[in-house]
Design a protein around this ligand. Structure first.
Ligand SMILES: Cc1ncc(COP(=O)(O)O)c(C=O)c1O
Length: 509
């Protein structure tokens, strides 16, 4: 198959030498990863729906942060909005009834897409995955006899559930990861799973795919944990953009997702897929508009609505929710397995190439966090760059330099401190040194403390692939990384921005 320049190279790729190097690299890539040819429909999709990427010469490599929205998705949603009269779903008017019908159709589509039988499961609309996780955390019947088991590899939106457990004096434990692959330590996990208290409620929460290392943790854990007395909440936010989650097959109690991570649009809508029985066992800490069948001021009483309605606070995002059904249809048309194959091939190629790059003195440039192959891992690659003497290059400066080449990547700890701490070998003492700096600790100060103590990093660079990625994106990052050969902190220059509380602060902003 011959592939045109447009399909493989973003516009703005400099120089004919780079061009022919890239063509040669692309040919070698296709020979090494012949499955990639089965994903050609994604090249057509990119050409029709993501023209802006090539028009702007943009290599987008943060699909774990957010997927990108397709032009046709936005058009279909806009046309739906322009053709309908949609009102607040909480009443019986025609405008309300139309909105309700679209919301309920989308709920059914979600259950269908995730193979969740509506007899056993329902979908609760939330603002995002975080809100879905919080819904469970705040309402879970933790008791001093009960337990919360988390994995080191978890997003902070899962780590935060421990605060609810602490308040109820439940026991909180963490299952560690192995190094360097950052997979769950199965022996230790089994020991911890054996500690469920049969006379209390026990909650186990883990990610189906790591947003730090890309590791896919086994879905068979759900059955293993449930058989030992745990309720299981699967954080599927980073998994579902490139994998099908078959709910009826894995039987989780709860699953949290954000839809913009799957197809870029709409933001502000996620869901909690919940086993009906497990949802009924939750104890909501409050009620609100939309969640009650009855509430009285003088009677000081309320009756929570049954099923998902008791968990959907206030007015749903009824204008955006229909766009979720359109996004799921888009994934069905493209084929989630096709996306998965493409992401696997690009990830495999980039992993191999990055690990080959050496400084002139023979030392590696890249340190990878997580598996070096695509076995049981998705398309997120976490790494740091080092100079010829083995000194860490500041990932914030790397991000800045990548930006000048219109490469969008992600740096920091990706809201997953436990995976980062394990990856860098940060100890409890290292972390306590940071925490002891008090309430004024910020990420830059913490980086200084850690580097001063141990020369370690407290963050990394992440590149990730998704539904609109192509070889040109992977190649441009590889070339950028190779350009760091023989560079030092001095030659790279200083960063010109700061990051506080996960927000980038630039001069004047
Ligand atoms: C694994 C994982 N869980 C949870 C979240 C939180 O998602 P959101 O910010 O959409 O609530 C993310 C976001 O990056 C994630 O990657």
């Amino acid at each position: 198959m011959t592939v045109s320049r447009d399909q493989r190279m973003p516009e703005g790729t400099p120089g004919e030498t780079a061009h022919s190097d890239e063509l040669a690299a692309y040919d070698a890539f296709r020979q090494a990863w012949p499955d990639y040819q089965q994903t050609a429909r994604l090249d057509a999709f990119r050409a029709s729906d993501f023209e802006r990427l090539d028009a702007l010469g943009h290599s987008y490599l943060d699909y774990t942060g957010a997927s990108l929205y397709a032009t046709s998705h936005i058009k279909r949603h806009t046309s739906l909005l322009l053709q309908q009269v949609l009102g607040n779903p909480h009443s019986g008017s025609p405008a309300s009834a139309t909105a309700t019908a679209l919301v309920e159709e989308t709920r059914r589509e979600i259950l269908r897409y995730f193979h969740a039988s509506s007899a056993d499961y329902t979908a609760v609309f939330t603002q995002n995955a975080t809100a879905a996780l919080k819904l469970v955390g705040e309402a879970y019947p933790f008791t001093p006899q009960g337990r919360l088991l988390l994995t080191f590899d978890n997003h902070n939106s899962v780590n935060g559930i421990r605060e609810f457990a602490f308040r109820s004096k439940a026991r909180v434990e963490y299952a560690p990861l192995t190094v360097p692959e950052l997979r769950l330590d199965q022996l230790r996990l089994d020991e911890l799973l054996d500690r469920a208290n049969p006379n209390a409620r026990n909650l186990f929460v883990y990610p189906a795919q790591s947003n730090f290392s890309g590791v896919r943790h086994p879905l068979t854990l759900v059955d293993r944990a449930r058989a030992r007395g745990w309720d299981v909440l699967v954080d599927a936010a980073a998994f579902v953009p490139t994998n099908r989650l078959d709910v009826d097959r894995i039987h989780p109690d709860f699953v949290a997702v954000s839809f913009y991570k799957m197809f870029g649009y709409p933001t502000g809508v996620g869901c909690l897929i919940a086993r009906r029985e497990a949802l009924a066992a939750l104890d909501r800490p409050w009620f609100s508009g939309g969640t009650v069948n009855f509430a009285s001021v003088q009677g000081a009483a309320h009756i929570l609505a049954p099923h998902e309605a008791g968990f959907e606070d206030g007015t749903l995002n009824y204008l955006s929710i229909p766009a979720v059904a359109l996004g799921l249809q888009q994934l069905e048309t493209l084929g989630i397995d096709v996306i998965k194959t493409r992401v696997r091939c690009l990830t495999a190629w980039l992993l191999e190439r990055l690990l080959e790059i050496r400084h002139t003195n023979g030392r590696p440039i890249v340190r990878l966090y997580g598996p070096a192959t695509t076995v049981e891992r998705g398309g997120a690659i976490a790494l740091n760059f080092y100079d010829p003497e083995g000194r860490l290059l500041d990932y914030r400066r790397v991000e800045e330099l990548a930006a000048t080449e219109r490469i969008s990547l992600r740096t920091g700890c990706f809201c997953n401190p436990g995976a980062g701490e394990t990856a860098e070998g940060l100890t409890e003492d290292d972390m306590l040194a940071g925490v002891s700096a008090g309430a004024n600790i910020t990420l830059p100060r913490f980086l200084q403390v850690i580097q001063h103590r141990s020369g370690k990093s407290a963050g990394a660079i992440r590149v990730s692939f998704g539904l609109a990625s192509n070889f040109g994106d992977a190649y441009r990052f590889f070339r950028f990384a190779a350009g760091l050969r023989d560079q030092t902190r001095l030659t790279l220059g200083d960063i010109t921005f700061d990051i506080e509380s996960c927000r980038v602060i630039r001069d004047g902003s």
